[in-house]
Design a protein around this ligand. Structure first.
Ligand code: ATP
Length: 575
C-alpha cells in the first residue's frame, strides 16, 4: 500500500475526537490494505515499529532529523531550527519545507508502507560506529521521496511525536467494524490481544485466517500475556462470603515477573510487558534448571530475602535491580527468590482456560528441586477464622498480606476479577488501600528541599483520557527519592498545563502525566481545591497523603481511576 494513504489517514485521525468516527475511518483504511501490510499498518498507527515488548525503539533525536531535512531541502540547519522554534512542531516544519521545495526531487519514487517501515526498522536497529550517519541517510532517503504530508508524518513518527489518540481499544473496535460492521467481535479480539500483547499479530491473523484462528488463540512463548489482576475486599469474612473454600496464598511485596521459556531460551517480562531479562540472570539460570518442561509460561513474584534477619525486603530493595549496571554485585548483596503463583502454558497446553486448582497442581509438578524458584506459600481455607489465621502468619513472616484465589476460575488475562482477592495489612491502618496516582506537576520546595529542586508533587487520578487532581504530596520522601523524582520529572517537564489535565492548582512546574506513585492517606475528604470526582463544586482529596514508592512498573493507564477513588470514598462510610 502507498504510504501516502496512511499519512492522509494520520491527518484525518488527528483532527477527530469522536471515537466512533475514528473507528469507522480505521476500518475503511484496514479493509483497503493488502493482508501482508495489515500488521505493519497497525504498528505504525500505534506509533511503534514492532510490539513494544520487543524493545525496538526508534528514538531519533531532533538534531538527526534536522540534519536529514537539511540534506534533503538544501536549507541550512539554522534556518530549519528557526522555523521549528516558530511552529514548535518539527513535523509541521518538515511539511512547510517540502511545500516550499515545490517539486519532488528528480527520480523521486512513491513511498510504500513496507519501504517506510523497513527504513524505520533499520534506523532503530543501526548500532555501533557510523550508525548516526547511516540513520541520517536512511531518514533522508525517505524524506527525499516524501510529499509534504508524508514528510510531516515521518518526522513526527521518528521523533516520537505522532500522537493520534488511537488507543488499543479503538484499534480492536475498528478491526471488529472492518469485519462485522459492529463491535460484536471486539471481545474475542481483545482476548487474543491480552494473550499476545501484539495487536499487529492479532490483526494479521484476523485478515489471513479469520475469526476461527482468533478464537483458537493460545499463549505462545515470548509473547507476554497481560496479567490477571486482583480485586480487594476489606475482611476475611467478606472474602469467604464471596469465594467459599479457596486457596489463600502469601502476598509478597516484590516485583511481578512473567517467565517465558522455550528450550534454553528464557525471557522475563514485567507487569507492563517490558522485556527485563537482563535484570535477572539468576532467574534465567534457575528457570533452565528447575522448570521441567521444554516450553512454559508462568508467573511469580520476585522478592529479595535478607539472610541475616530472616525477613523479606521491601519492594524498594528488589527494584534496585532496575538499574542496568552492577547487576552482578547486586545479585550477591541481596539474593532473590521467585515465588511462582500461576501457570499459563506448558508444552503445547493452554492453561489459561483451565480451573486454578488444576493450574496450581500443574505448576507444582513443573517446578522441581531446590533453587530460587519456589511455589508461593499457600493453604486451602474454608472459614474466615482460617483465613485470618493464615493472614496473621503471613504478616508475621514479613509479607504484605494474602491473596485469596477462586479454585474454579480460569486465568483471565488483562482483567481485574474477583477470581483473586487481596487482603492487605495496610487495610487495618488508615484508608482501605493505597492509591496509585499520576504526577502532573511539582513544587520546588522550601528550606532544605530547595537544594533538591523538588519539594512536593501535584498528583491526579485517571478519568478515561483525562487526569484530575486529588492530592498535593509533601511528605514521605526520602532524600534519595527526592533526587530520583527530580531527575525523572525534569525530563517530563512541559511549559504549560497539559490539555488532558484538570487542575485548579498551579504547581511550579507541569509535567507530562506519565509517572505513577503510590500514596497512602488517612482518608478521602471533599475539597474545593481538587477536581477528582467533583460533585457540587467539591472534588475528592487525600487527607495526609504520604509517598510510599515510585511505581515505574505501572503506566498512567493503570493508575487509580476517579471511579475507584469514589468507591473508596463511599466504602469509608460503611467500614
Ligand atoms: P494490581 O497489580 O492489582 O494492579 P498493585 O500492583 O498495586 O495492584 P497490589 O494491589 O499490591 O499490587 O496486588 C496485586 C499484586 O500482588 C500482583 O500484581 C502481584 O504482583 C502481587 N502478588 C504478590 N503475591 C502474589 C500471589 N501469591 N498471587 C498473585 N499475585 C501476587
Amino acid at each position: 500500500m502507498e504510504f501516502a494513504r496512511l499519512a492522509e489517514a494520520f491527518e484525518k485521525l488527528e483532527a477527530k475526537t469522536s471515537r466512533l468516527e475514528m473507528t469507522a475511518d480505521l476500518a475503511e483504511l484496514l479493509n483497503g490494505a493488502p493482508e501482508s501490510q495489515i500488521g505493519k499498518i497497525i504498528y505504525l498507527l500505534q506509533g511503534v515499529i514492532a510490539p513494544p515488548h520487543r524493545g525496538i525503539e526508534l528514538g531519533v533525536a531532533e538534531k538527526l532529523c534536522i540534519d536529514a531535512l537539511a540534506t534533503v531541502t538544501g536549507q541550512t540547519e539554522r534556518a530549519i531550527e528557526a522555523s521549528y522554534r516558530k511552529t514548535g512542531d518539527l513535523g509541521g516544519t518538515a511539511r512547510l519545507l517540502l511545500e516550499e521545495r515545490k517539486q519532488r526531487s528528480l527520480g523521486a519514487s512513491q513511498l510504500s508502507v513496507a519501504k517506510v517501515h523497513d527504513n524505520f526498522y533499520r534506523i532503530a536497529t543501526a548500532s555501533g560506529q557510523g550508525s548516526q550517519t547511516a540513520k541520517t541517510r536512511l531518514l533522508a532517503e525517505l524524506l527525499s521521496n516524501a510529499s509534504p504530508i508524508e514528510a510531516k508524518a515521518i518526522t513526527r513518527f521518528v521523533t516520537g511525536r505522532l500522537r493520534l489518540g488511537v488507543g488499543e481499544a479503538t484499534i480492536i473496535d475498528s478491526l471488529s467494524y472492518a469485519k462485522a460492521g459492529d463491535k460484536s467481535l471486539s471481545k474475542e479480539l481483545e482476548r487474543a490481544f491480552n494473550l499476545s500483547s501484539d495487536l499487529g499479530l492479532v490483526a494479521e491473523t484476523l485478515y489471513r485466517e479469520g475469526m476461527h484462528a482468533i478464537r483458537a488463540f493460545k499463549p505462545t512463548p515470548f509473547n507476554p500475556i497481560r496479567p490477571a489482576l486482583a480485586e480487594r475486599l476489606p475482611s476475611a469474612a467478606e472474602i469467604i462470603g464471596k469465594l467459599g473454600t479457596c486457596l489463600a496464598e502469601g502476598k509478597y511485596d516484590g516485583l511481578r515477573l512473567q517467565v517465558h521459556k522455550s528450550g534454553d531460551r528464557v525471557e522475563i517480562y514485567s507487569r507492563r510487558q517490558e522485556k527485563i531479562t537482563h535484570m535477572f540472570p539468576d532467574v534465567v539460570a534457575a528457570a533452565r534448571r528447575q522448570i521441567k518442561a521444554k516450553d512454559a509460561i508462568f508467573e511469580g513474584e520476585a522478592i529479595s530475602y535478607d539472610e541475616e534477619t530472616g525477613r523479606f525486603q521491601a519492594f524498594q530493595e528488589t527494584i534496585k535491580r532496575k538499574r542496568k549496571h552492577g547487576i552482578g554485585a547486586k545479585q550477591k548483596e541481596i539474593p532473590l527468590y521467585l515465588f511462582a503463583f500461576d501457570l499459563m502454558y506448558a508444552d503445547g497446553k493452554d492453561y489459561t482456560t483451565v480451573a486454578f486448582a488444576e493450574r496450581r497442581a500443574a505448576l507444582k509438578a513443573l517446578v522441581s528441586g531446590k533453587g530460587l524458584i519456589e511455589l508461593s506459600k499457600a493453604v486451602a481455607v474454608k472459614t474466615p477464622a482460617e483465613l485470618d489465621a493464615f493472614f496473621e502468619e503471613c504478616v508475621n513472616a514479613g509479607l504484605e498480606g494474602v491473596m485469596a484465589k477462586d479454585l474454579k476460575a480460569p486465568y483471565v488475562a488483562g482483567s481485574r476479577k474477583f477470581a483473586w482477592i487481596k487482603l492487605k495489612k495496610s487495610y487495618a491502618e488508615g484508608l482501605a488501600d493505597t492509591l496509585d496516582v499520576v504526577v502532573v506537576g511539582y513544587y520546588y520546595g522550601k528550606g532544605k528541599r530547595t537544594e533538591f529542586g523538588l519539594g512536593g508533587l501535584l498528583t491526579a487520578v485517571r478519568a478515561e483520557q483525562r487526569f484530575k487532581t486529588i492530592a498535593k504530596i509533601g511528605t514521605g520522601f526520602s532524600e534519595a527519592q527526592l533526587q530520583e523524582l527530580r531527575d525523572y520529572l525534569t525530563k517530563l517537564k512541559v511549559p504549560k498545563k497539559p490539555d488532558n489535565v484538570d487542575s485548579l492548582l498551579e504547581p511550579h512546574a507541569w509535567v507530562k502525566p506519565e509517572l505513577v506513585v503510590e500514596v497512602k492517606a488517612d482518608e478521602l475528604t471533599q475539597s474545593e481545591m481538587h477536581t477528582a470526582a467533583k460533585t457540587g463544586g467539591r472534588g475528592l482529596a487525600l487527607r495526609f497523603p504520604r509517598l510510599m514508592r515510585i511505581r515505574y512498573d505501572k503506566s498512567a493507564k493503570e493508575a487509580t481511576t476517579e471511579k475507584e477513588a469514589r468507591g473508596l470514598y463511599e466504602s469509608q462510610k460503611t467500614h
